[in-house]
Design a protein around this ligand. Sequence first.
Ligand SMILES: Nc1nc2c(ncn2[C@@H]2O[C@H](COP(=O)(O)OP(=O)(O)OP(=O)(O)O)[C@@H](O)[C@H]2O)c(=O)[nH]1
Length: 228
Amino acid sequence: MSTRKASLTDKQTTNGTSKYVLERCASINEYYDISFKVMLLGDSAVGKTCVLVRFKDGAFLGGNFIATVGIDFRNKVVDVDNLKVKLQIWDTAGQERFRSVTHAYYRDAQALLLLYDITSKMSFDNIRAWLTEIHEYAQKDVVIMLLGNKSDMAAERVVKTEDGEKLAKEYGVPFMETSAKTGVNVELAFLAIARELKHRATQQPSEPKFKIHDYIESQKHKSGCCGM
Ligand SMILES: Nc1nc2c(ncn2[C@@H]2O[C@H](COP(=O)(O)OP(=O)(O)OP(=O)(O)O)[C@@H](O)[C@H]2O)c(=O)[nH]1
């Protein structure tokens, strides 16, 4: 189905190397004002596909693990301050053999959600290597968020919450523990990214700067949730 663009471009800003266009677009199924590309990265089996499906469909993909081949994407439109923000979310294959395919997509992403699995020390240790790749291939001003997934698996946990927090602090990126199984913090992660991107794109110099860390903390406390 084709998307009709109603040529209502209101505003265009440049921010470092990235360019955002505020546009009003419509199709029968989808209506949005502004759109951004978000990529999910991290080792195989950390739960990237499950986090995306939880956010998009509100469901958990349990059962047999089927590894992503190459790259896949899904769209979701969310409301941010009366604007319809479309997130085009690219789910990448974590397996090493697909890296050269996924590298080609980094440059177009405005935000990256980098996942590890709290029950896998190796997936956590590999985060530094992922960040090196990101710095090599992604836009300089890309928004990065670190997520420690599978927070429901308390008995199998091998990565402490504090270690995730510490690493995120070292790289200056926001951090949350999520569970695709229970849904904890999944929506918050995407909404925080949507807000950050929307603010970057539309912010007037007179407006106060959006602070993603503060937003996350305030929303966590509002919903009364924590890492679990
Ligand atoms: N308990 C629990 N299991 C999860 C969670 N997220 C994912 N899983 C399970 O972990 C396995 C891997 O999940 P996927 O989402 O396919 O992993 P992926 O990161 O997309 O893997 P690749 O496609 O190979 O990169 C599946 O068996 C999921 O059911 C979670 O939050 N909690």
